[in-house]
Design a protein around this ligand. Structure first.
Ligand code: FMN
Length: 208
């Protein structure tokens, strides 16, 4: 698929067929995730992959009321694959204490942003885009009950789940309505400030 089509077609999908996902696609998505950029090449990410039905079911049982599912949960629970991207702040503090960076005090106030979460988010987008490229659907959402997920799947303290990704074959429906049904996509020209914040970009520049 053309890159531009991957970008344009990506939507969060919240309803799935129960058809299994080819494990090679899951592996490709994970390998692509590790091509994401990372601060200092820290690569302080890790991915908990649940691709057996019993493990996926354990995830939903640990985090939701599976006996009273709403339409969101009904569609999402069918996804045969759940991936939990995690970030490790400790990995970044360790990396930046190395001689070429030199932040040996490990002072967190040095960090303008929590780069550990940013990098895991960039990796997550590559997983979503790989799903689109393979003709599958995927959805990123927040972790509901983090302590329960940690306990159920043995996620160590050094790692924090940044979210959850469901992946699977699409149905005719995209599932429970997401926010785009209630909100418009803000045109890029309304959020671009070229040269000075006071200059709003109301139309594409001639070069684009
Ligand atoms: C950090 C983050 C958290 C999100 N949390 C949820 C969530 O809890 N439930 C959900 O259905 N979608 C969630 N989404 C998906 C957004 O609703 C969705 O990306 C947004 O409405 C734009 O729609 P699109 O991705 O289909 O273009 C989340 C997305 C992000 C990036």
């Amino acid at each position: 698929m053309e890159f531009q089509d991957v970008v344009r077609r990506r939507r969060m999908v919240r309803d799935y067929a129960e058809t299994p996902v080819d494990p090679r696609i899951v592996d490709r998505a994970l390998e692509n995730a590790t091509r994401a950029p990372s601060a200092g090449f820290s690569q302080g990410w890790a991915f908990l992959v649940l691709d057996r039905r019993e493990d996926v079911d354990r995830f939903w049982r640990a985090t939701t009321d599976v006996d009273n599912p709403d339409s969101w949960l009904t569609g999402m629970m069918r996804a045969p694959v759940v991936i939990i991207p995690c970030s490790s702040k400790a990995a970044y503090l360790d990396r930046y204490a190395e001689p070429d960076k030199g932040w040996t005090d490990r002072d967190e106030s040095r960090w303008p942003m929590p780069f550990w979460h940013m990098d895991a988010a960039m990796a997550s987008l590559l997983i979503l885009q790989t799903a689109v490229d393979e003709g599958l659907g995927a959805c990123f959402f927040g972790v509901f009950n983090e302590p329960a997920v940690r306990a159920e799947f043995g996620i160590p303290d050094r790692y924090d789940p940044v979210g959850v990704i469901t992946m699977g074959h699409r149905t005719d429906s995209t599932g429970a309505a997401g926010s785009p049904r209630r909100r418009r996509r803000t045109p890029w020209t309304e959020v671009v400030h070229r040269g000075h914040w006071g200059n709003q970009q109301h139309q594409a520049s001639p070069s684009t």
